[in-house]
Design a protein around this ligand. Structure first.
Ligand code: PMP
Length: 749
C-alpha cells in the first residue's frame, strides 16, 4: 500500500491503519502533512462508474473538502487509479480525511440535532438538481425503496417475538407505504447519515461514506438520520422532531412526507436489524456491521409503542403545520346513538376513539398509546403480522364455503383437533361463540333426546335465543325474562364468597347440584365455563367438575365446556380450561381467541355425538370454516406455539398475580385476586363481610382508562376488575398496570 501511494500519489506514509468498511477496503493514511483516506475497490467497469458517480456527487454540492471527502487526483491527474495488487486489478481512490468527532460519540443536545437537521436539509436542497446515471441505477438493499429485498431476511431473526415486530412493519409498509412511495419527491440523496458517518466539527458537520447514496424518496434522508438520533433516547420523537424542524427550515417538507416518516424510520430499523441478523449468520465475527443492532432493537421495541398519529402530529408541529383535528367524541356518540341502539354499549365514562393497535398496545385518535390489559379476543396480539398475512393472502386467493373441497379446512381441523384429547375428534366451524354454544345445545339435545339443561349461576354463553336461555347472567339480570323451565341452575361454586369455602368446597357444590337435579327430568347437558368470566372471573371450585362430570355422565347428561374465554393457552398451565380441572367434556365451545378478532367459533365433540347429529338434515354455516377463517385459525395456533405464548401466560400471569397480591396486603379493599395465567379477576370489597365495592371498581376502571390502561369490570355486582390481555403481555406491562392501580387506590376520593 505504501509503495502504491508513493508511486501514484507521491505520498510518503508514516502510518497506515485499517478503517471499517463495507464494499471497499479502507485505510487511514498518516503523512508528515495532512492525513488521507485510501479506499481500495476490486476493479470492474461497474464499480468504476459507480465511484465516479460519488465523485460527481461531491463536485455538485457546496460542501468543502473538510466537510465531505473530496477525491484527490493521482500524479497523472486522474481521480481514480487503476492498478494491480497481488494479481488482482484494483481501483485506488485517495480522499481528504474528515476531522471531527463521530456523532455517535458526541453528547447530543437539542441544538446539535436541530443544526444537524438543517445541515441535511441544505445538502438535499442542493442535491435536488443533481443527476447521475450510475448512482441512479444503484439497486441497494439500504435504499428504503427496496425494502422488499430486506423482507426475506427477517427469517434470520432468531427470537420470534422480535421477528414479529419486524414482520409487522413490513406488513404495514406493504399496505401503507408501498402504494405512495413512488409518488413522493425523489432525488439522489446521501442515504446513510448514520451517526458513524457524521462528524461533529466546531463549526458544522462532516459527512463520510457515499456508499449508500441512492436515488430515492427525499424524505428517506431524514428518516435514516432520525433513526440514529432517536436511538438511546427516552423520548425519541421529541429529538427527531427537533431534527425535522431544522431540516424543514432549510428545505421545506411536505405533509405527506411527514405522514409516513414514522414508518420510514421503522423501515430503516427493520433494514438494520435484518441485515445484522443476516450478517450474524454469515460472518459472526464482523462486529462493525452489527454495531447499531442493540440500539436498533431497543428503538424498535420503543417504536412499537409510539402511536403513529402522535409521531405525525409532533412532526407537523415541528414544521408549523396544524395538528390533525379529530371529531369531538360527543358528536360521534350522538351520531352513533342515532344509528345504533344504546343497548350496544360503549365503555368508559370517557369513551375512546380508537385508531389502530399492535400486539398489546392500542392507539387512539388523540395520539395516546394505550396498554391493553383487557382484551382477550386479540389473543396473540392485535394485528399480529402472521395472522394479518394469512388473512390477506387467502382473502385475495379464494374465499368460499364448506360445500367445496379446499386444503385449509382439513389442515385447520387437524391442527385444532390435535390440541384435544383423543375422544374429542370432530369439529364444526361457525362464526361466533354464540353460534357455537347454540350448536352445542342442539348437538346435546339431539343426542340425548332431552330438553333440560344445567347451567352455572352468572354464566354467559351467547347472544342467540338459546344463548340467552342458558346464560343466567342475562336472563336473571336487567331486561331478562327470567329462567325458562328447561333450565336447572347450579349455584356458582365460588370459594371466595360462596356457601362453601374450604378445601372440599368443590365436591360439596357438586353434591348439592346433583341433589337439586334429582327433582327434575334428566338433563341433556350441563354447560359451564372453567372460570366463570362474566360472573366475575370466578374459577370453579377445585374438584367441582371432577366430582360432577362422572356423575352426570352416569345419568346420560353430556358435559359441555365453554372455552370461549379460557381456551388456547390463556390459563398458562393448560391449553384448555377443562384440563385444569382434570376432566374431559363431551362437547367444547370455542370462540373469541380462536381467530384473533376474525369472527370465528367452533364446536368440538366426539364421533358418537356428531354421528347422531348427521340425521339427514344438512349442517351448513355460510361462513363457518371458510378458507380465510381456516388460514387465520392456523396462523393463530402457529403463533401460540411458535412464540411459546402459553409459557408467557404462565410466567407473566404468575408475576402479575403476585404483584396484585402484594398490593392486596396494603389495601384491604382488594378482597380477592384470582384466576390463572393471563386471566385475572380482582374483587373489590368494602368490609370484612365482603360487601361489594362497585363504585371503587368503576373508579379504578375509569381512572386507569385516563391513565391509558384498559381493564374492565364484571361480576354480579360489577365489583370485579377483569384483566385478560393479549398473550404477549409482558412483565413491564404487568408492572405498569399494577403501579397505576396502586396510584388510583392511593389517591383518596
Ligand atoms: N361464551 C362465553 C364464555 C363468552 O364469554 C362469550 C362472549 N362474551 C360467548 C360465549 C359468546 O361469544 P360471541 O360473543 O362470539 O358470540
Amino acid at each position: 500500500m505504501e509503495a502504491l501511494l508513493q508511486k501514484h500519489y507521491n505520498i510518503v506514509t508514516s502510518e497506515i491503519t485499517t478503517l471499517d468498511g463495507y464494499i471497499s477496503e479502507n485505510y487511514k493514511i498518516k503523512t508528515e502533512g495532512e492525513p488521507y483516506v485510501l479506499k481500495v475497490y476490486p476493479f470492474s467497469e461497474a464499480v468504476f462508474e459507480d465511484v465516479m458517480g460519488e465523485v460527481a456527487f461531491v463536485k455538485h454540492v457546496s460542501l468543502n473538502k473538510r466537510q465531505i471527502s473530496h477525491t484527490l487526483p493521482n500524479l497523472n491527474g486522474e481521480l481514480l487509479t487503476i492498478t494491480e495488487q497481488e494479481n488482482q486489478k484494483i481501483i485506488l481512490r485517495l480522499l481528504t480525511f474528515i476531522e471531527g468527532d463521530f456523532l455517535a460519540n458526541t453528547e447530543h443536545t437539542k441544538d446539535l440535532v436541530y443544526e444537524f437537521g438543517k445541515h441535511l436539509g441544505q445538502l438535499d436542497k442542493e442535491l435536488k438538481s443533481f443527476k447521475n446515471n450510475a448512482l441512479q441505477s444503484r439497486r441497494l438493499e439500504w435504499n428504503l425503496a427496496n425494502l422488499e429485498l430486506i423482507a426475506p431476511l427477517s427469517e434470520h431473526i432468531f427470537d420470534p417475538s422480535n421477528r414479529k415486530i419486524v414482520e409487522h412493519y413490513i406488513s404495514q409498509w406493504r399496505t401503507k407505504i408501498s402504494p405512495i412511495f413512488p409518488h413522493l419527491r425523489h432525488s439522489i440523496i446521501h442515504n446513510d447519515a448514520n451517526d458513524w458517518n457524521v462528524l461533529v466539527q466546531e463549526d458544522g458537520f462532516g459527512l463520510i461514506d457515499l456508499g449508500d447514496t441512492s436515488y430515492t424518496a427525499i424524505i428517506c434522508e431524514l428518516a435514516i438520520a432520525a433513526m440514529y438520533i432517536g436511538t438511546g433516547k427516552e423520548d425519541p420523537i421529541e429529538w427527531i422532531a427537533e431534527m425535522v424542524k431544522g431540516y424543514h427550515e432549510v428545505y421545506a417538507l411536505e405533509k405527506r412526507e411527514l405522514n409516513i416518516l414514522y414508518y420510514l424510520i421503522a423501515g430503516r430499523l427493520v433494514t438494520s436489524v435484518c441485515k445484522s441478523a443476516e450478517q450474524a449468520k454469515a460472518q459472526p465475527d464482523k462486529t462493525y456491521i452489527q454495531i447499531s443492532e442493540n440500539g436498533a432493537w431497543q428503538l424498535l421495541k420503543k417504536w412499537i409503542q409510539v402511536n403513529p398519529l402522535y409521531a405525525q402530529n409532533e412532526f407537523y408541529n415541528a414544521c408549523g403545520f396544524e395538528k390533525t383535528i379529530i371529531e369531538e367524541t360527543n358528536i360521534l356518540i350522538e351520531k352513533r346513538h342515532s344509528l345504533i341502539n344504546r343497548g350496544v354499549s360503549i365503555s368508559y365514562s370517557n369513551p375512546i376513539q380508537m385508531d389502530s393497535a399492535i400486539f398489546q398496545y392500542m392507539f387512539d385518535k388523540d395520539g395516546h398509546r394505550i396498554l391493553d390489559a383487557y382484551n382477550n379476543i386479540p389473543h396473540v396480539g392485535h394485528q399480529h403480522p402472521k395472522v394479518v398475512e394469512a388473512a390477506q393472502k387467502q382473502m385475495s386467493q379464494l374465499n368460499t364455503n364448506t360445500r367445496y373441497l379446499y386444503d385449509s379446512l382439513n389442515e385447520y381441523a387437524e391442527q385444532l383437533l390435535d390440541k384435544f384429547p383423543n375422544s374429542l375428534n370432530k369439529v364444526y366451524f361457525v362464526n361466533s361463540g354464540s353460534a357455537a354454544s347454540d350448536l352445542a345445545i342442539r348437538l346435546a339435545q339431539n343426542f340425548t333426546n332431552r330438553e333440560n339443561l344445567g347451567v352455572v349461576q352468572h354464566g354467559y354463553h351467547g347472544n342467540t335465543r338459546a344463548g340467552i336461555e342458558i346464560s343466567q347472567y342475562k336472563y336473571a339480570s336487567k331486561g331478562g325474562r327470567g329462567k325458562s323451565k328447561r333450565i336447572i341452575e347450579a349455584t356458582i361454586p365460588n370459594v371466595y364468597r360462596g356457601q362453601y369455602r374450604d378445601e372440599f368446597a368443590g365436591q360439596k357444590y357438586a353434591i348439592d347440584f346433583l341433589e337439586q337435579a334429582k327433582s327434575t327430568s334428566p338433563m341433556a347437558a350441563f354447560i359451564a365455563e372453567p372460570i366463570v368470566g362474566c360472573g366475575g372471573q370466578v374459577p370453579l371450585a377445585d374438584g367441582y367438575l371432577r366430582h360432577l362430570y362422572p356423575k352426570l355422565k352416569e345419568l346420560g347428561t353430556l358435559c359441555i365446556s365453554d372455552e370461549v374465554q379460557t381456551g388456547f393457552g390463556r390459563m398458562g398451565s393448560h391449553f384448555w380450561g377443562f384440563e385444569m380441572h382434570g376432566v374431559t367434556p363431551d362437547i367444547v365451545i370455542l370462540g373469541k381467541p380462536i381467530g384473533n378478532g376474525h369472527p370465528m367459533g367452533a364446536v368440538v365433540t366426539t364421533t358418537e355425538i356428531s354421528e347422531a347429529f348427521n340425521n339427514g338434515m344438512e349442517f351448513f354455516s355460510s361462513f363457518g370454516g371458510n378458507p380465510v377463517s381456516c388460514e387465520i385459525g392456523k396462523a393463530v395456533l402457529d403463533v401460540i406455539d411458535g412464540e411459546d405464548l402459553m409459557k408467557n401466560a404462565l410466567e407473566v400471569g404468575c408475576y402479575k398475580k403476585q404483584l396484585f397480591n402484594e398490593l392486596k396486603k396494603d389495601f384491604p379493599v382488594i378482597g380477592d385476586v384470582r384466576g390463572s395465567g393471563l386471566f385475572l379477576g380482582i374483587e373489590l370489597i368494602r368490609d370484612d363481610n365482603l360487601k361489594p365495592n362497585t363504585e371503587l371498581a368503576s373508579r379504578i376502571k375509569n381512572e386507569l382508562r385516563m391513565a391509558n390502561i384498559l381493564v374492565s369490570t364484571d361480576g354480579p355486582y360489577d365489583s370485579v376488575i377483569k384483566s385478560k390481555p393479549p398473550m404477549c403481555f409482558n412483565k413491564d406491562n404487568a408492572e405498569e398496570l399494577v403501579d397505576a392501580f396502586n396510584r388510583v387506590l392511593t389517591t383518596k376520593k
